[in-house]
Design a protein around this ligand. Structure first.
Ligand code: SAH
Ligand code: SF4
Ligand code: F3S
Length: 466
């Protein structure tokens, strides 16, 4: 009898402990929650630490070398825990999921024999079956196919568990853009969109469970082209989907991430002007400001075309907060190229941003390019870029003082009597207030600001919408 078929006298699955560690992007956060949901009927209950767990899943990220290497150090730490579990007569099944699983496959088990199971991002719905087979054979198991459609059909679990009042919903997965530095097209496969009806059903269900803000996820979320609802032929764009989701009662805020500048169409830009539930915040990675480097990156946009998109967005929604991703030290990047990145940052004015040193990823075209940049040059450029981005973020936050913002309260704050929430611009906001406001949107007068957060006081006005 395997652990999966073992039942208690009441006929329920025996309780087992599941520890999931999530690396990488929000897509992995979403997938980890779905894995938890799919394993719950087998009796797996979430644990906060791997010690003594029956099943450990590392949901991994392959985007930069450091991210991928972290997995192997974590596997090294799991080895004694697995042995300790065996010594007390139990078993710990160690699973590697996510993008390292997809990229490295069986190689992981060769490098780290502690691993029992390797499962790629599109086959999580098969986890119960795969774990059962590991238990039967205590041997190797590997499943890294690309069957996205099946994944969502099977994972659109009516049993989605909800914690809190904000939730991620994957609407699109994969990427066909092939930027020359990036592993995503290889780890997540071709671009694919979930049908409108499926997305709508999931969000209705979340709303019924008290969720008030949804963030639509996709590696290229604005390339969304999901099958139109009902019997309607054709597909819908993200702009159309957002408006449709705006009709769902209980959902007051909609966000989406991550977008590509070339997929920012008129319908989506108009949604920022016309759909009050769509929050005035957009993460729109540009990566670099030099057209020569953008071409080498295969980004298929220029600095000027990026700035033109920002201009159209600001014409539609003047207060929209812009965030971005940047890479410094891409092969061939000179100081003059880097200066163009600084100039672009100056021209945009960011509310927040993520910036990285170029990491050479085996198998991507960038890895083979001549002119790889020295590590200390990369570090120096990153420090200068981050100083500029940080000052922009500080200035953006400081511009909020004296304003009154609708804040969606998500949790208790760090200090007693304090609440924590988010502004429409995704800023963290703290203020004193009753716990009954958690899950509500209320007006907060902003009294002070730092680079990472705003502080204020409740004005007494409650709002049902953004
Ligand atoms: N799909 C999104 C996010 C991709 S990964 C997009 O297109 O923007 C998130 C960010 O990681 C990227 O925007 C990029 O800035 C960074 N990144 C990706 N590959 C990288 C690499 N090889 N080295 C350094 N940063 C990288
Ligand atoms: Fe990677 Fe480029 Fe696709 Fe973004 S658009 S996921 S950076 S290949
Ligand atoms: Fe990382 Fe995969 Fe996300 S490589 S950034 S976890 S899509």
């Amino acid at each position: 009898m395997t652990a999966e078929t073992m039942t208690t006298e009441t006929g329920k699955a025996a309780r087992k402990r599941l520890f999931i560690k999530t690396y990488g992007c929000q897509m992995n956060v979403y997938d980890s929650e779905r894995m938890r949901d799919v394993l719950a009927p087998l009796g797996y209950e979430p644990a906060d630490a791997p010690d003594g767990a029956d099943l450990v899943i590392l949901n991994t990220c392959h985007i930069r070398e450091k991210a991928a290497e972290k997995v192997y150090s974590e596997l090294g730490r799991l080895k004694p825990l697995k042995e300790a579990r065996a010594a007390e007569g139990g078993t710990m099944t160690v699973t590697v999921a996510g993008c390292v699983a997809q990229a490295e496959g069986a190689e992981i088990q060769r490098r780290a024999p502690v691993v029992d199971l390797v499962v790629g991002p599109q086959t999580y719905h098969k986890l119960p079956e795969l774990i059962a087979s590991v238990h039967r054979e205590r041997g190797e198991a590997l499943d890294t196919e690309f069957e996205v459609e099946e994944k969502f059909d099977r994972l659109a679990a009516p049993a989605r568990q909800v914690e809190g009042h904000t939730a991620f919903v994957t609407v699109q997965e994969g990427c066909d853009k092939f930027c020359s530095f990036c592993v995503v097209p290889y780890t997540r496969g071709p671009e694919w969109s979930r049908p409108v009806d499926q997305v709508t059903a999931e969000i209705r269900q979340l709303a019924a469970k008290g969720v008030r803000e949804v963030t639509l996820l996709g590696q290229n979320v604005n390339a969304y082209h999901g099958a139109a609802p009902g019997a309607e032929a054709g597909s819908w764009s993200l702009g159309r989907l957002v408006r449709h989701l705006g009709l769902i009662g209980g959902i007051d805020r909609i966000r989406f991430t991550t977008s590509h500048p070339n997929d920012m169409d008129d319908e989506l830009i108009a949604a920022f002007a016309e759909e009050p539930k769509l929050m005035p915040y957009l993460h729109l990675p540009v990566q670099a400001g030099s057209d020569r480097i953008l071409r080498a990156m295969n980004r298929k946009h220029t600095a000027a075309s990026y700035l033109a998109v920002i201009e159209r967005l600001r014409a539609a929604r003047p207060d929209i907060a812009i965030s971005g991703d940047f890479i410094v030290g891409f092969p061939g990047e000179t100081e003059a190229d880097f200066q163009e990145t600084l100039a672009l940052v100056d021209a945009v004015g960011h509310a927040s941003a993520f910036s990285f040193k170029y990491s050479r990823r085996p198998g991507t075209p960038g890895a083979a390019l001549p002119g790889q940049v020295d590590e200390d040059v990369k570090s120096d450029r990153l420090a200068r870029l981050q100083a500029l981005l940080n000052s922009q973020q500080e200035a953006f936050n400081a511009s909020m003082t004296g304003r009154t913002l609708p804040v969606l309260f998500e949790r208790r704050g760090r200090k007693p009597g304090q609440l924590g929430g988010r502004s429409p611009y995704l800023q963290a906001v703290h203020c004193d207030g009753p716990e009954s406001l958690i899950g509500q949107i209320a007006e907060v007068e902003i009294l002070s600001a730092s680079r990472n957060a705003l502080a204020g006081r409740l004005t007494g006005g409650e709002r049902s919408a953004a």
